[in-house]
Write a protein that binds this ligand. Structure first.
Ligand code: ATP
Ligand code: MG
Length: 347
């Protein structure tokens, strides 16, 4: 018998089309590892609702964007399984079990939660659903029995929170849950926004989407933040903290050329416009095949639906098994257990 393949759980919150930061932080690792790992990609619509409570239609629409973007960058539906979070209610039951294993103080101290609370202006009035999203994410990760979680740098504290929950659960109730590990990419683990802020984000208005049309990409690049200390092209320029160079590092296949360009920029021998022109070309070359594939995939609505339906059904069986194990470890009967599929049906 072949040894069991290790498991990846990764995913996106459907809040809109995916952008270059999603690609460098998460999608690129998924594509690279899909043939080695049993990969589940969760479209976390319930989690996206914590941000869009008053606009659920945004989430419902973005589910298709997220699925299309994942497929367009090269994730193969024959190899990976796409799962819609809201159609796996067993995840919510797992999260309910885990809520007893964390304190509100610990959630509020989580650096990612803290930064997002500040960004959203929640202060004391943070919705409980938002504050507890790391617990729901712990259910996602452990529900699929993930060994590995490829994420952008911003998500590291959230995976750490999951590890704490796993440690606590296993210590209390016996070795039950798989201990996950996070990995981040060497380049682009936190891609800055076009405005120079520390993270490209859909809701921050500083993103270049994977599905943006070429003229939109050109316009966004030309308006990008560069080096504010530089008045003329002959002034020495700063490469560090300049997002144009971060994008070139992440997307330009000719890194020797990028090194020469940086030297010329530092020496004041080249202007912002030339650097931006090179970046525009680089991004258009990178994005063109993705855009073409996306347009083609968009025609096949029925296939897309089938990918999501069959993947979700399969994912639900896996999570149901974990939930049964977790409830049994705690010593509680399981309603899900009555209908739990046998291993033979699942594998
Ligand atoms: P947005 O607000 O842009 O939707 P997000 O953080 O909500 O961003 P998620 O759907 O939660 O996006 O994240 C999906 C994956 O993409 C996560 O692993 C996250 O770390 C990664 N990611 C998101 N933005 C970036 C970025 N700017 N740089 C690197 N990785 C990122
Ligand atoms: Mg998002």
């Amino acid at each position: 018998m072949e040894p069991k393949r290790k498991v990846i759980l990764t995913g996106d919150r459907p809040t809109g089309p995916l952008h270059l930061g999603h690609y460098t932080g998460a999608l690129a690792s998924r594509v690279r590892l899909q043939s080695q790992y049993r990969t589940y990609i969760l479209i976390a619509d319930l989690q996206a609702l914590t941000d869009n409570t008053e606009h659920p239609e945004v989430v419902a629409r973005a589910v298709w964007d997220v699925l299309l973007d994942n497929l367009a960058v090269g994730l193969d539906p024959e190899q990976v399984t796409f799962v819609l979070q809201s159609s796996v209610p067993e995840l919510a039951e797992l999260a309910q079990l885990y809520l007893n294993l964390v304190t509100l103080a610990r959630l509020k101290r989580n650096p990612t939660v803290k930064a997002e609370m500040r960004q959203k202006g929640y202060l004391a009035n943070v919705p409980a659903g938002f504050l507890c999203y790391p617990v729901s994410q712990a259910a996602d990760i452990t529900g699929f029995g993930a060994d590995l979680v490829p994420v952008g740098e911003d998500q590291l504290p959230v995976v750490e929170q999951t590890r704490e929950i796993v440690r606590r659960f296993n210590a209390l109730y016996g070795e039950t849950l798989v201990m996950p590990e996070a990995i981040t990419p060497a380049t682009g683990a936190r891609l800055p926004g076009t405005d120079g802020s520390s993270k490209m984000g859909a809701s921050l208005g500083n993103a270049i989407n994977l599905s943006d049309r070429p003229e939109v990409v050109r316009e966004k690049v030309m308006k990008m933040y560069t080096d504010p200390t530089r008045k003329r092209a002959t002034d020495p320029g700063h490469v560090e903290g300049n997002p144009v160079f971060d994008y070139l590092d992440a997307f330009d296949p000719d890194q020797d050329g990028v090194a020469d360009l940086k030297a010329a920029y530092r020496a004041g021998r080249i202007g912002d416009v030339s650097v931006k022109e090179r970046l525009t070309d680089t991004l258009l070359k990178f994005l063109e095949p993705i855009r073409e594939r996306r347009i083609r995939l968009e025609q096949g609505r029925r296939e897309l639906r089938e990918i999501l339906l069959s993947g979700t059904a399969e994912g639900r069986q896996v999570v149901t098994r974990t939930l049964c194990k977790a409830l049994a470890a705690v010593g509680l009967p399981s309603a899900a257990g009555a209908q739990a599929p046998s291993l033979a049906e699942v594998l």
